[in-house]
Design a protein around this ligand. Sequence first.
Ligand code: FES
Length: 207
Amino acid sequence: MSHLSKVMRDRAEALIGVYPEKRSALIPLCHLVQEQDGYLSEEGMIEVAEMTGVTPAEVRGTATFYDMLHTEPVGKYVVGVCTNIACLLAGGLELLEHAEGKLGIRCGATTPDGTFTLEEAECLADCDVAPCVQVNHRYVRTTTPELLDGLIDELSAGGRSDEIPPHGTLIRIQRSQGLTVDPAAIAAERAAAREAAQGRAAKVGES
Ligand code: FES
């Protein structure tokens, strides 16, 4: 039985269809699982492995390389405070410590009610608005303790849901066109890629 919902499974199959090799869809599929479960669950990783023709260990090995993929449950809101050089000079570390106090947790932990996870982030490419803070990978531009407190209070009260969806949702607007590929064209593309790879292997064998 599929761990992914029907909608997610359909989206996953459509994504696989646009890559020459199934395994190339591994990371996009991990994001789909994360969108459904809030993190990359064990069952989700097994299903991604089955769908892409790799082992669950390969899925886990890939996922643990990327900061945006969480293999353990996280809060509804993942708050990332950058402490890289530009943000460090602008008070990023102090802001992170302030966030720990406000949320009552240490960096890396999740509040007991499962609402917030706090993370220390590397450069988030928003150095000119330092110290940079993101919530679920959205820039929130809360550069002072007061602004950060206000944001956390607002999120706790259920505000900003139009701007910041629960963790795992990368985008809420689904593509309605442009990803439809003729299955015969995909099969031909894959066959050509296989043939080219066999040709290269044969040349290496001859030399
Ligand atoms: S150093 Fe913090 S966003 Fe670049």
